[in-house]
Design a protein around this ligand. Structure first.
Ligand SMILES: Cc1cc2nc3c(=O)[nH]c(=O)nc-3n(C[C@H](O)[C@H](O)[C@H](O)COP(=O)(O)OP(=O)(O)OC[C@H]3O[C@@H](n4cnc5c(N)ncnc54)[C@H](O)[C@@H]3O)c2cc1C
Length: 467
């Protein structure tokens, strides 16, 4: 068994994630192999000591924050065995950069790709802008090595059955991009994807890859109002290759479709030029191509859709893409500056709704009377509304508004988390979304896999009865 670190000054560096919640832990283990992980989990299971897996701590939900017990850090599990096989602690962006040099593509691209780990992105079924075309991480994982909470090392593909004594919850997930709750999986691999570090520690993964497209055309297109923008979104996604489906002939078929509201555009205006005064909304669009960039088709559609077509910023090479990257980056930077200036946390939504409900949820976001900035993955009906309270009273109102919007998203057939997961901060929302029966089924699965409820205790579900 590894010797743990118990120096509080070292452990201190592992107690907080991007949600800014802070936890506590008595020991830190830094395994170098799956066998090390197995030994730690066996010992924890025997003594019923909670273990929280911690990777790069970019979770926005408190998922990597321990509430006592031991920490298990992935920081030394960073071997890359082949372009498509790596240990769980490797930074995702490093894998993508390696693959790009080989002309290969691993499509999942969370915005945090240069900060987050491969294992966590699988454990959280992470997404990002390209999920419009490629779906979340799930379909891009072919095999994992996973250590379950009793200390067994398993290998899982889609041909690996779930152990017979694990009662997989049979529930109907909302038909939207979602990262909320255990998957109603028919194989061990799919069960282990999206379990937020509660059912197993992913120590290694084999990835499914594509060839890089020959080129990617990027557009930043401006619109005078929300109805025009929404109409264009409908047009852009009609017949598109989406979540793995094939494109219809002649479809515009972007791989990413991202939205910026007028407040987001103001943040860009404050830093950079290029945003026309009349623009009240914008779409950032990426389109893969294997021949000539399909600029004419997009240009016609923009003209036809009453976009401020002449102002469209087009990028076909690295310099152009860097300019667009700077435009997009100005938004989260501006939001963070406001958060610091306000001295109050932001409250950010991660809800997704079905296509038919996009206009309704956006109208609800528009109606919120709290300083705000809205941007994100409009192709997936998954926008991040950032509420920026500037006083304790507004913060309280923002929290209440967040709950009301979550309930509205669920009532519209959506999810309380499209990509960031439940962690410890959204358990109540998940409970409301799935109802008591499914919640009980989640608990039954957890008990079967992890009798002492040691792994990731407090994520997705509150602890065992009586804890
Ligand atoms: C600025 C920013 C942008 C982001 N953008 C996106 C985005 O576009 N899309 C998106 O989906 N998410 C996004 N996220 C959320 C976050 O980056 C992802 O959930 C990411 O997968 C977490 O990786 P991590 O290495 O930081 O994991 P951590 O925060 O350390 O852990 C996250 C969870 O995974 C568990 N875990 C960690 N490693 C393993 C493992 N090997 N096996 C099992 N469980 C494990 C932890 O216990 C915890 O529950 C963003 C976060 C930030 C701060």
């Amino acid at each position: 068994m590894l010797t743990p670190v118990t120096d509080p000054a070292i452990i201190e560096g592992y107690l907080r994630d991007a949600s800014n919640t802070v936890g506590h832990a008595s020991a830190l283990y830094r395994p170098r192999s799956a066998d090390d992980v197995a030994a730690v989990l066996s010992a924890a299971q025997a003594r019923a000591i909670p273990v929280t897996v911690t990777a790069r701590r970019t979770s926005t939900t408190g998922a990597s924050v321990p509430q006592g017990g031991w920490l298990l850090s992935m920081e030394h599990l960073t071997a890359v065995e082949a372009p498509n096989i790596a240990q769980g602690g490797v930074i995702l962006g490093q894998i993508q950069a390696n693959l790009s040099r080989l002309g290969l593509l691993f499509p999942p691209d969370p915005t945090s790709r240069h900060e987050c780990s491969l294992g966590a992105s699988i454990a959280c079924n992470a997404s990002g802008a390209r999920s419009f075309r490629y779906g979340p991480t799930r379909p891009w994982i072919e095999e994992i090595e996973v250590v379950i909470p009793t200390g067994q090392i398993l290998h899982a593909t889609r041909d690996t059955p779930v152990p017979a004594d694990w009662p997989v919850p049979r529930w109907v997930q909302p038909d939207v991009k979602t990262a909320a709750g255990y998957a109603p999986a028919d194989n061990l691999l799919d069960l282990m994807i999206g379990q937020e570090g509660t059912l197993g520690v992913i120590t290694k993964a084999r990835l499914r890859l594509l060839d890089q497209p020959k080129g990617v055309l990027c557009l930043f297109a401006f619109f005078v109002d929300r109805p025009t923008t929404l109409a264009f979104v409908e047009r852009a996604r009609a017949g598109a290759a989406r979540r793995g489906a094939k494109a219809s002939p002649g479809a515009l078929s972007p791989r990413a479709l991202e939205y910026f509201d007028s407040n987001a555009l103001d943040l860009i205006r404050a830093r950079l030029g290029g945003v026309p005064a009349a623009a009240q909304a914008a779409l950032y669009i990426e389109v893969e191509h294997d021949a000539e960039p399909p600029l004419d088709a997009w240009w016609d559609a923009l003209l036809d859709g009453d976009a401020l077509a002449d102002a469209t910023i087009v990028a076909e090479d690295n310099a152009g893409r860097a300019r667009l990257q700077a435009l997009r980056h100005a938004v989260p930077v501006g939001v963070n500056e406001r958060v610091v200036a306000n001295g109050m946390p932001k409250i950010g939504t991660d809800f997704a709704v079905p296509d038919h409900a996009l206009g309704e949820i956006m109208a609800a976001y528009d109606a919120v009377d709290i300083p705000k900035v809205c941007f994100g993955h409009i192709g997936d009906n998954h926008l991040h509304l950032n509420l920026l309270p500037d006083s304790p009273a507004t913060l309280e109102r923002a929290r209440q508004t967040y709950l009301e919007l979550a309930r509205q998203a669920v009532a519209l057939g959506g999810t309380v988390s499209a990509e960031h997961g439940i962690g410890k901060l959204k358990r109540q929302l998940l409970a409301e979304m799935v109802g008591p029966q499914t919640l009980a089924a989640f608990r039954a699965l957890k008990t079967a896999v992890d009798p002492a409820w040691v792994l990731g205790r407090g994520n997705i579900l509150v602890g065992p009865a009586g804890a």
